[in-house]
Ligand binder design. Structure first.
Ligand code: NDP
Ligand code: OXD
Length: 308
């Protein structure tokens, strides 16, 4: 029985050390040096190459190093075993930091000042008070609800949109298709923290962006395929949107000639909004290793039908 670690973005040695604190005799193999595929019973992965997971005949479970599992569910030949997604305080904290930073940057006009400075222009403009800037968070799950709470603590009027109505202190709740138009209409800064599913793909489109208050901002930290990029560019160019912060893209990295790279109203970050630190996240992963090997339900097990 061995665990395969496969990720180009996460540090294998730090994960090995952190997991061995809880499971000292863990046989931890770093892809591609995994030995006999039949000995692998667990896969701890982020963005495996297409088809790779089908090579391990005795896999018991897949443990995702990411919160979003859309990429795993799209894997050809994905084994029919339980999948657990990443839920961890370090992941939540880093996402909250990013969303707060991006919101405050737009709210306090730093995006405009950056443009003005490049043109040696003194661009005096006072921002509204936080109480007059309405933030809307699409997705009120683990990450969305934490970000929403943090934004509300800064004084922003915050609303969230989810499938089912949620009761969260200080957050106005909108739910389902029936609640979407009203949610958008009261939103000046829109944060997308939805999972990518068949229902949410392309949800940030011309219609959605037109439904926002004029001069709104978009912060997409979920998945690139939520956004119809041409519709965003049109909304920015028409003035319907004042700016956008984008951490995720349909193609990562976007091609060098992609128009978003040099759009003056867009800030691009390279899919770094949040990450799980092995120091804290290894505890939950170790628990799931034990659960999988004892045939018990996993923590944060994904509902494949729901898609998240
Ligand atoms: P959760 O599964 O905890 O929350 C998902 C939320 O989205 C829930 O509130 C859910 O509603 C809502 N939702 C799902 N489908 C719909 C729908 N059709 N209509 C309305 N609401 C919907 O996910 P997390 O908060 O943990 O993560 C969210 C996403 O963030 C991940 O899937 C990933 O794509 C992205 N992410 C990006 C990172 C980055 O670095 N850029 C890092 C980590 C995650 P309900 O509450 O009713 O179920
Ligand atoms: C995730 C991500 O889903 O980093 O965790 O995108």
């Amino acid at each position: 029985m061995a665990l395969m670690f496969l990720s180009a973005d996460d540090p294998p040695e730090a994960w090995r050390e952190a997991l061995r604190v809880s499971i000292p005799d863990l046989d931890f193999r770093i892809w591609p040096e995994v030995g006999d595929p039949a000995e692998i019973d667990l896969a701890l992965v982020w963005q495996p190459p297409p088809g790779e997971l089908a090579r391990y005949p005795n896999l018991r479970a897949i443990l995702s190093l990411g919160a979003g599992i859309d990429g795993l569910l799209a894997q050809p030949g994905l084994p029919d075993v339980p999948i657990a997604r990443m839920v961890d305080p370090s992941l939540t904290r880093t996402m909250t930091e990013y969303v707060l930073l991006a919101t405050l940057r737009h709210h306090r006009h730093f995006d405009r000042f950056e443009r003005a400075q490049r043109a040696a222009r003194w661009s005096f403009a006072l921002p509204p008070q936080a109480a007059d800037r309405r933030v809307g968070v699409m997705g009120l799950g683990v990450l969305g609800s934490a970000a929403a709470a943090s934004l509300a603590s800064q004084g922003f009027p915050v609303a969230g949109w989810s499938r089912e109505a949620r009761q969260l202190a200080g957050i106005e709740s909108f739910a389902g298709q029936a609640g979407l138009a009203a949610f958008l209409a009261r939103t000046d800064i829109l944060v997308c923290l939805l999972p990518l599913t068949r229902d949410t793909a392309g949800i940030l489109n011309a219609g959605t962006l037109a439904g926002l208050a004029r001069g709104a901002y978009l912060i997409n930290v979920a998945r690139g395929a939520h956004l119809v990029e041409a519709d965003l560019i049109a909304a920015l160019d028409s003035g319907q949107l004042e700016g956008a912060t984008l951490d995720v893209f349909r193609e990562e990295p976007p091609s060098p000639d992609h128009p978003l790279w040099c759009h003056p109203k867009v800030l691009i970050t390279p899919h770094v909004a949040s990450y799980a630190s092995p120091r804290t996240a290894a505890l939950g992963v170790a628990e799931n290793i034990r659960r999988a090997r004892e045939n018990r339900p996993l923590l944060h097990q994904v509902d494949r039908n729901r898609g998240y």
